[in-house]
Write a protein of this length. Structure first.
Length: 290
């Protein structure tokens, strides 16, 4: 089966990607993407540049305005909510994102302190407007010369492996966010004119309970006004995808998909269109502006 021609999650240097926004658009266009979303974490700073680059393709690539908001579900679980079709110049949205980026920094500093207590050297970049995410923290630790011997001894070959070993829920360096809640993220997206989609849902649960937990979380998300779920994703197998599509259909929700592009050097998210529909039909609704 041919790869999808839409790819509705990607990241630039405005958050944790490695390419400038225009270069993300160019790479997507070269890969045959016809419908793209640049969805940086808690920021829309790259969108104006990305729209100019999309315009330069002469209509071959359509860009959807988007953002990915990290939010809190029950028990402090971190769910990522994608907002599509937002007015990225909306003053209230911009103010909310600024507050939530500040919370990202505070959380990042608490993670850095936890890693120092665990014996790692950590030097974060200066606090600023750019979102601070776990990939930045992992890279700062992995790239610090004082940590090289320990990283090698623990078999950590790159920042992503360090992140998984130390900075995910249940690991010693992980700390929760404090804001926003899932409901607040949905509200912010809706008030900016967008659709709220739960990103990569199977990321957020343990292997033993992921199907039941994903179902329960999707039902809560729908009850809060959520509009859809990212059912097609680069790491999802056919069973996971079919379950999500069936759940979404029962809740009258949209189903989107992405390869979650971060850059060619990323060990997991390096290629556009690198996800499968497994013969199923996505329901992009108004997100599909082609």
């Amino acid at each position: 089966m041919s790869a999808p021609t839409f790819d509705l999650q990607s990241h630039s240097t405005a958050s944790d990607g490695v390419l400038e926004p225009a270069a993300v658009v160019a790479a997507a266009h070269q890969a045959g993407v016809e419908l793209l979303a640049l969805s940086d974490h808690d920021t829309v700073d790259g969108l104006d540049e990305a729209f100019a680059a999309a315009e330069a393709t002469g209509g071959a690539l359509k860009l959807v305005s988007a953002v990915e908001i990290s939010s809190l579900d029950l028990g402090g679980k971190d769910l990522h909510i994608l907002g599509y079709g937002i007015d990225h110049s909306d003053p209230l949205l911009l103010a909310r994102l600024k507050l939530w980026r500040e919370d990202r920094w505070t959380r990042g500093e608490r993670m850095a302190d936890a890693m120092r207590e665990n014996g790692w050297e950590v030097e974060l970049p200066p606090r600023g407007e750019k979102p601070l995410g776990r990939p930045h923290i992992a890279a700062a630790i992995f790239d610090h010369p004082a940590n090289a011997e320990r990283a090698a001894a623990e078999g950590l070959a790159n920042p992503t492996e360090l992140l998984v070993a130390y900075l995910i829920p249940g690991k010693p360096g992980y700390r929760d966010r404090t804001a926003p809640t899932v409901g607040q993220a949905v509200e912010a997206i809706h008030e900016a004119g967008g659709k709220a989609i739960w990103a990569h849902p199977y990321w957020d649960f343990n292997e033993a309970d992921k199907h039941e937990a994903a179902r329960d979380a999707l039902e809560r998300f729908a009850a809060l006004g959520g509009d859809g779920v990212e059912a097609f994703y680069t790491s999802f197998d056919e069973d996971q995808t079919r379950r999500l599509v069936e759940l979404a259909a029962g809740l009258d929700m949209l189903t989107t998909g992405s390869a979650d592009f971060h850059g060619a050097e990323n060990p997991n998210f390096s290629s556009f269109r690198n996800f499968s529909l497994y013969g199923l039909e996505p329901n992009l609704g108004p997100i599909d502006i082609r």
